[in-house]
Design a protein around this ligand. Structure first.
Ligand code: WTA
Length: 644
């Protein structure tokens, strides 16, 4: 029998607000919290860190800023895994993690806090036995399996820095990240299940590790492949042999905890560095306040651990708060489009967090696959990764939330570590397409390109002001210059988000990236990365990649290629697409490749991608006067029309 769940929102003239039921349970309901925190953000965060996080030693200075760097809780000591595990052992049987494998013939697995603690201690000892020391980088290339969480937490146990690489990325992409971090250990699996079939991962991992610093590859056996060779260790066998307690390494608050590579405007992804204490504080409190997570809640964040959302909300945030996190191995529509909704029903998920791409995909599937399931356990819905349009927001609100639950539209970035702009469930309002306010104690401003505030309601650049949020990046790994040029060059004393935004009734509405970064199905990719991959082919003379709006994925990459000479062979488009798969991964594959004679360029040789974007959406391009070759534009227009 389907139940109607609790009504958590009420409708008012300007949007939805928390109902009395929501206010009764919410971790925070005081709308004054923003003003209170703004009076002294440093003191506010100090109080939050003390209350939310277990410290071995308290800090000497709450905040030290020497731009472009800043440090939170300086002198404080803590261990991150202790905060996720040991401190919850008063309830040892409480489920920390529910793992749902893709094959529906395999049962779900529940891992208690005590079991997870035990495995993490043991695997931390395995890492130590293999020479991993505090400060070393460990590469993790795993699908959504419990061992991914165990491996990551084990690194934090001993103060090693984890660097997780999305399992759908290619061997080349993994290799580049291994080389940048100089890691000696790679943790991977033989494969995983995707849409009913075993997918190989080990071959990619092996190829990536060739001629790198990797000494040992620790393999999770998931699809039953035989793995032989001196360099390979079996994850479970090693755990069985390992001693069962591992003393946590006490880290400085500002010691790096993990690297996560993300795309910027150039072809080379940057290793974003996150520290320990500041990140922990923000992950904890954003889970508590933005997702109203309570220890008895089950949170399902559908993001892969290869992305920051997977790090902070599929894993660390829920564990820091002592709640239960659910992770799912496979495809959203396998064996049928009811899979996700059945998971929510079966496991009584309370907080569900996903991306607009998934929402748009499910809007288009026959609704019977969704409406047949009981979704009354849901309390909060979250969305992240790209702007969400009103229609998708309303569909999510009505169909998944039964018009009962707030939709929290969280704006943040790999660099920010945790959510930063959204409305809080106990406070509201929840308005389609509006993200909301900066988290208490954080300040954003909308400015023109010189850094001056924009008049209210006008679109500008979104920048963050000092003191910067505790979860913010600690730099770009081994690349000070890049850190400065990407985030601090434009506004000097403000962090440049590279997003556009405007204010609507005092609330922030995000309009999207202002740089050459695409969001393809929520995945962050630089146009330059895809261009570099296409340039590898010797016949390619020139190339430009631009995002084109897509009904499901938000954006898809489209490539324009100029050949050195002659005409494209019949299979060249396929060949180039395949090469992008190998170089980066299928997420980056251009939806179309247009072969053109020339690309629109300025006198200084800059390709005018803006013009290409206009042509793709059939808009009249502006700024043709600045081109050296305005005639190229008509020809490209024809090519697009002739090859729909
Ligand atoms: C975009 C993902 C609109 C934005 C956590 C940002 C959003 C980039 C939203 C970061 C949102 C994220 N509304 N746009 N709610 N959330 N974005 O590093 O352009 O993968 O700069 O982090 O995603 O992507 P990243």
């Amino acid at each position: 029998m389907k139940k109607r769940g609790i009504q958590y929102v009420v409708k008012k003239s300007d949007g939805f607000y928390p109902s009395e039921e929501m206010k009764k349970i919410a971790n925070i309901t005081d709308p004054q919290i923003y003003e209170k925190a703004a009076k002294d953000p440093i003191a506010f965060w100090g109080k939050m860190a003390k209350e939310g996080i277990t410290w071995e030693k308290e800090w000497d200075k709450t905040y030290v800023e020497k731009l472009p760097y800043f440090e939170w809780f300086k002198g404080g000591k803590l261990n991150f895994s202790v905060n996720c595990l040991d401190r919850h052992l008063a309830h040892p049987d409480k489920t920390a993690l529910i793992w749902v494998p893709e094959p529906d013939t395999e049962p779900s697995i529940k891992i208690s806090y005590e079991e997870l603690h035990d495995k993490v201690c043991k695997f931390a000892n395995v890492l130590k036995a293999n020479g991993v020391k505090k400060g070393d980088v460990v590469s993790i290339y795993l699908p959504m399996v419990p061992q991914a969480l165990i491996a990551m937490l084990s690194c934090t146990r001993i103060g090693a820095i984890h660097s997780v690489v999305f399992s759908a990325f290619s061997a080349d992409a993994l290799k580049a990240r291994i080389e940048d971090g100089q890691s000696k250990i790679l943790i991977t699996s033989d494969g995983y299940y995707r849409r009913g079939k075993p997918e190989d991962l080990l071959t990619k991992a092996k190829n990536a590790a060739k001629k790198t610093t990797i000494k040992k590859i620790i393999v999770v056996n998931r699809i039953g492949k035989k793995v032989r060779g001196r360099r390979f260790l079996n994850f479970e066998d090693e755990i069985k042999k390992a001693p069962s307690y591992c003393k946590p390494e006490m880290m400085n608050s500002e010691d790096p905890m993990f690297l996560l590579y993300t795309s910027g405007t150039t072809g080379r992804p940057k290793g974003i560095v996150h520290d320990t204490g500041g990140y922990a504080t923000q992950a904890y409190w954003t889970c508590k306040w933005n997702f109203d997570l309570h220890p008895e809640d089950i949170m399902w964040c559908t993001a892969d651990i290869g992305w920051i959302t997977g790090h902070t909300y599929a894993m660390y945030g829920p564990l820091l708060t002592g709640a239960t996190t659910l992770i799912y191995e496979g495809g959203p529509d396998f064996p049928n489009p009811g899979r996700w909704w059945k998971i929510i029903q079966d496991h009584k998920v309370n907080v569900f967090y996903t991306a607009p791409t998934a929402i748009r995909m499910f809007m288009k599937t026959p609704q019977k696959w969704i409406t047949k399931y009981d979704l009354s356990s849901i309390k909060i819905l979250g969305t992240v990764g790209e702007p969400i349009d009103k229609e998708s927001w309303m569909w999510y609100f009505r169909t998944i939330g039964g018009s009962r639950c707030p939709v929290i539209d969280t704006w943040w970035q790999t660099e920010t570590g945790g959510t930063l702009i959204n409305t809080i469930p106990g406070i509201g309002p929840f308005i389609p397409t509006i993200s909301g306010k900066s988290f208490p104690g954080v300040k954003h401003i909308i400015v023109d390109d010189k850094g001056y505030p924009m008049p209210k309601g006008r679109q500008g650049f979104l920048a963050q002001q000092s003191p910067f949020a505790p979860g913010m990046l600690h730099g770009v790994f081994n690349n000070h210059k890049k850190y400065v040029s990407t985030y601090w060059e434009k506004f000097k004393t403000m962090y440049d988000t590279s997003d556009g935004a405007y204010l609507q009734n005092g609330l922030i509405r995000i309009t999207g990236r202002t740089d050459d970064v695409m969001k393809v199905a929520g995945h962050r990719l630089a146009t330059a990365e895809v261009e570099n991959a296409i340039h590898d082919n010797k016949v390619v003379g020139d190339c430009a990649v631009v995002p084109m709006p897509d009904k499901i994925k938000g954006q898809v990459p489209i490539a324009f290629v100029v050949l050195k000479k002659g005409h494209p062979s019949k299979d060249l488009e396929q060949k180039l697409k395949k090469h992008v798969d190998i170089k980066i991964g299928p997420t980056a594959r251009p939806a179309r490749i247009f072969f053109v004679e020339d690309l629109p360029k300025t006198r200084s040789g800059k390709i005018m991608r803006r013009i290409l974007k206009s042509l793709l959406i059939k808009e009249e391009p502006e700024g043709l006067m600045t081109l050296v070759n305005p005639s190229s534009v008509e020809k490209i227009k024809d090519t697009i029309t002739e090859n729909p």
